[in-house]
Design a protein around this ligand. Structure first.
Ligand code: NAG
Ligand code: NAG
Ligand code: NAG
Ligand code: NAG
Length: 829
């Protein structure tokens, strides 16, 4: 055996020589070597030329000397001189150097590690000869309650020190022979499953176990030792814990002891689990602690688990649970709900209408008085003076409802409600909650006119359309602008649509305007009924009488002022004109109009007079004091006979002319003429004033015109013939048969005359001539006398007939019954 081992060593030498110099040499030496010494271990790789050097072998620092080692300087072999004990020293660290005498190192140092190879020369030993252990009932099987400790001096990690534990014997072997199990490698003693189930029937008395420890692992050979274990069975003290009640915010010294657990077995480690971690703790004696103040509102209950564990952290049995209940303290104030938006309540809402529900919260234990909140309405500003309460509050539910007192639209109310816990009892905590309420408007007011009776309005007939008649104002007691919008209408009294209403949308006044022309004849007055309504629908009773206004419109008749036929009048008269001479006639333009009354306004000289009814202007006195060429102007005024307030005026300008040498023939009457009606083709020749001495030799030229009287103008027509004559005929087909005086104005240069032509109008006979007057044929004769007279006188008549014929032709000219058409008569002026 040895030569073979040496041979192996020799093989390793060239290898080490080839290696780099500082590489450590490993050498193994068997423990308790039984052969001859010195035992050559290995050849050192010394250089061949060792000139003058000597080999020095030294141990490392912890070794006093090289001990049992030496180097054979001849062979360079490292050798050991005696047996080595691994249990004494397992390794030797050596160093080999080649040094000169004065200590200079020539080679090396070469480290050498000498390992002593183990031999199983040690016997395992239990730590105690007898182990005594308490085993609590209830320990789970397989959970070690005792760890056997044994040691073996041989090299660790080798089979020589690989220990196995075994139970050799159990006494008593009741109720089963293998109540226990022992882990062979670890020496952990536990109840076997069978032992666990039968432990209850087991004896009180201790069990004695003979146990063995053996090295060399599972090989049959090896050294062994034995020990005994006394196992006494004890009752379990691992009993359920009663719940612990802890007051929150408890002011005590912490950690504060709250409970105790105990595991009756040996070698117990208590372990506590709680959520959250760290609030509770357990000490080595099983005392449970709370480490700081608790807050019920943070966590009201805790479930702790306490475990009894062996040294390996395995539970001996089921963990114990501890229920910790945190007892409430009234440490939380009721919390008002966040103030929400303003609550809108429609006005006129009935009592009992729900406003809101106030729900304050209290974090204290639910169901306890600490969180029992009641509510109290703090007086709000509107309580004063009102009958009853505007709001009611249910103290338990917090319901706020409308009370009996009415509220006005537009009111904003801040309700303050006290929320108290402890059910309102003394010492309760309280908060003041606020609820803001606004009362919204509803359209409960119909608009009304401020005055329903308007003073009668007088409108002249000629009032222009569009004229403002009246302005009506209305009011609406509602607040909401949309509820104040009004609509106006004429409800009655204006079927023709003569009037209209004009208003701006949103305004509260309306204008009554005239739309059409008024007519006194058609409607002398109007009774207009104007109504106002709310545009939005009105809640509640309909419009009252104030929604109606009556406007009375009286139409005033407009009579136009009188109008004259000329805007101004002129007349030229000689200064010699006598008093009472007719100058002209002032007449209305419309002969059918109401009768007029005429007057002179400022005839300061008193020269003229006017006939009130006919309008004829005469000279009032002889025109003394006036000179030819003078002009005299007076104002003539005309007014209605029945309505004197309506009047008009015109100027009358009189031009004074030189007096004619002869007395003015102004009004000389012309002999009467005859004309028959219905009209025939006959007329009257009117001649100018041929006797005027100023016009010696020549007649005219004159101009002729009918007098201004409209009746004359209507009835007659005057046509000029030549410079000195004119022809007057009937203008109408029928003119009343009577004597007519037709005024004819003749003028020549600046002079003027007025002729009054008398014309007798009679009925025409068959020949178109005036009929003979019946009054001339007196005494109708009888038939006999008629015949006698006829015969007797026929002869006489025949004789005288020729005699008087010539006479008769001359007299014919003056016969009244004869027509005058072909016989012009000279009108002597
Ligand atoms: C309070 O109001 C709630 C609903 O808002 C209702 O269910 C409850 O019955 C009311 N309580 C009382 C006392 O009126
Ligand atoms: C109303 O009167 C005016 C003036 O008097 C007139 O111009 C207008 O034509 C009249 N309108 C009607 C519809 O009669
Ligand atoms: C009369 O009144 C008119 C108009 O006012 C005036 O032109 C005239 O001169 C007046 N005549 C006299 C005599 O005062
Ligand atoms: C100047 C002149 O011719 N005068 C005559 C106008 O007409 C009348 C009637 O026909 C005559 O008699 C005038 O001689």
């Amino acid at each position: 055996m040895v030569p073979a081992w040496l041979w192996l060593l020799c093989l390793s030498v060239p290898q080490t020589l080839l290696e780099a110099q500082p590489a450590e040499l490993h050498v193994e030496v068997p423990e308790n070597y039984g052969g001859n010494f010195p035992l050559y271990l290995t050849k050192l790789p010394l250089p061949r030329k060792k000139a003058g050097g000597q080999i020095v072998l030294s141990g490392n620092s912890d070794m006093a000397a090289e001990g049992p080692f030496a180097v054979d300087s001849e062979s360079d072999f490292l050798l050991v001189t005696r047996t080595l004990d691994r249990e004494e020293q397992a390794e030797y660290r050596l160093q080999v150097t080649l040094e000169t005498e004065d200590g200079r190192v020539l080679w090396g140092p070469q480290p050498v590690l000498v390992h002593v190879k183990d031999e199983n020369d040690q016997v395992p030993r239990f730590s105690q000869a007898v182990y005594r252990v308490r085993l609590s009932r209830g320990t789970r099987p397989g959970i070690p309650f005792l760890f056997l400790v044994a040691s073996d001096g041989d090299e660790p990690g080798t089979a020589n020190s690989d220990l196995r534990f075994h139970i050799l014997n159990q006494a008593p072997a009741q109720p089963s022979s293998d109540m226990f199990q022992l882990e062979p490698r670890l020496g952990a003693l536990a109840l076997s499953p069978k032992g666990s189930t039968s432990l209850d029937q087991a004896l009180e008395g201790p069990y004695k176990l003979l146990v063995q420890v053996k090295d060399m692992g599972d090989q049959a050979s090896g050294h062994q030792a034995t020990a005994t274990i006394d196992v006494s069975i004890v009752e379990s003290t691992w009993v359920p814990l009663d719940p612990v009640h802890l007051a929150e915010n408890l002011k005590v010294l912490y950690p504060h002891h709250i409970a105790q657990v105990h595991w009756s077995g040996r070698e117990v480690h208590y372990h506590l689990e709680s959520q959250p971690h760290g609030l509770f703790d357990v000490d080595a004696e099983g005392k449970l602690y709370v480490t700081r103040e608790l807050d019920r509102e943070a966590q009201a209950e805790y479930l702790l688990q306490v475990r009894a564990q062996n040294t390996r952290g395995e539970d001996y049995t089921e963990p114990l649970e501890l229920h910790v209940v945190v007892m409430d303290e009234n440490d939380n104030v009721p919390i008002c709900p966040p103030r929400g938006p303003t609550i809108s309540i429609a006005e006129l809402s009935p009592p009992g209408t729900k406003v809101t529900r106030l729900l304050a919260e209290d974090m204290d234990a639910p169901g306890s008085p600490n969180s029992h909140i009641v509510y109290r309405l703090l007086s709000s500003e509107l309580e004063e003076g009102t009958e009853g309460r505007a709001f009611e509050l249910d103290p338990t539910s917090g319901n706020v409802t409308l009370g009996a007192a009415p509220l006005q639209a537009g009111q904003n109310i801040l309700l303050q409600v006290l929320a108290i816990d402890l059910g309102g009892a003394e010492g309760g905590l309280s908060s003041t909650c606020e609820v803001s309420v606004t009362i919204t408007d509803i359209n409960d007011h119909a608009p009304e006119f401020t005055t329903s009776q308007i003073e009668p309005v007088c409108l002249p007939e000629d009032t222009e359309s569009g004229t403002l008649v009246a302005t009506l104002m209305a009011t609406d007691a509602d607040l909401e602008p949309a509820f104040r919008l009004m609509d106006f209408a004429i409800e009655a009294g204006d079927e023709e649509g003569t009037f209209g209403l004009v208003w701006e949308p949103g305004s509260n006044h309306v204008q009554l305007r005239l739309l059409k022309n008024l007519s006194y004849e058609a409607a002398p007055s109007y009774q207009l009924v104007v109504v106002v309504r709310s545009v939005a629908e009105v809640v509640g009773p309909g419009p009252g009488p104030g929604a109606t206004a009556t406007v009375t419109v009286l139409v005033e008749r407009v009579v136009p002022p009188p109008k004259l036929d000329q805007e101004s009048y002129e007349a030229s008269i000689p200064v010699s004109t006598p008093a009472g001479s007719l100058l002209l006639i002032i007449q209305p333009s419309d002969p059918m109009s109401n009768p007029l009354r005429f007057s002179l306004v400022n005839d300061s000289e008193g020269l003229l007079c006017i006939e009130e009814v006919s309008g004829e202007v005469h000279t009032a006195r002889p025109l003394r004091g006036t000179r030819p060429g003078d002009v005299y102007t007076v104002l003539v005024e005309a007014q209605y006979a029945d309505e004197p307030a309506l009047r008009t005026s015109a100027t009358l300008v009189i031009h004074f002319l030189k007096a004619p040498s002869a007395p003015a023939p102004t009004l000389a009457s012309v002999p009467s003429r005859h004309l028959c009606t219905p009209r025939q083709d006959h007329g009257v020749i009117v001649s100018g004033p041929s006797e005027d001495p100023d016009l010696a030799g020549g007649h005219g030229p004159y101009s002729f015109a009918l007098g201004p009287n409209p009746t004359v103008q209507r009835d007659w027509r005057l046509q000029p013939l030549n410079g000195s004559h004119a022809y007057l005929t009937l203008a109408l087909h029928w003119v009343e048969p009577r004597e007519h005086v037709v005024p004819v104005v003749v003028s020549h240069s600046a002079r003027m005359w007025q002729l009054l032509v008398r014309v007798i109008v009679c009925r025409c006979n068959l020949e178109g001539q005036c009929m003979r007057k019946v009054g001339r044929m007196k005494g109708m004769p009888t038939k006999l006398s008629a015949v006698g007279i006829l015969v007797g006188t026929l002869v006489a008549i025949g004789i005288f007939l020729i005699l008087i014929f010539t006479h008769l032709t001359l007299a014919r000219k003056k016969d009244l019954d004869q027509p005058v058409d072909s016989v012009p008569l000279k009108a002597a002026v």
